[in-house]
Design a protein around this ligand. Sequence first.
Ligand code: DGP
Length: 116
Amino acid sequence: MSGGLFSKIVRGEIPADILYQDDLVTAFRDVHPQAPVHVLVVPNREIPTMADVAAEDEAVLGRLLLVASRIAADEGVAARGYRLIVNCREDGGQEVPHVHLHLLGGRPLGPMLARK
Ligand code: DGP
């Protein structure tokens, strides 16, 4: 059994505002929202980073995107648009070592990267 923070959320061991869960993925609101809509979609199985995915993860990776698209529609941000982000390891700014897709929307999000 995996002991990371998001695994505990997936299993309901620590509270989160869960919007969706199925056999492969779980979606919940980010605790520190960076936009009016900020949802995380995670694999139920604890894959540490995008650098660790393998061919056997193809179905779950597809499900992450499909669920993010559905939640964007449910949250009312699909028409104006939104951003999906997956941070990977140190240079990517990843803080939680469990793959997660950020769904951000509800305001103009500006340039993709902060200018140096
Ligand atoms: P990243 O930097 O890509 O690893 O993003 C981690 C995100 O996880 C960050 O936006 C804040 C969010 N987060 C961290 N701890 C918790 C938590 O306990 N609950 C929820 N809902 N979100 C969390």
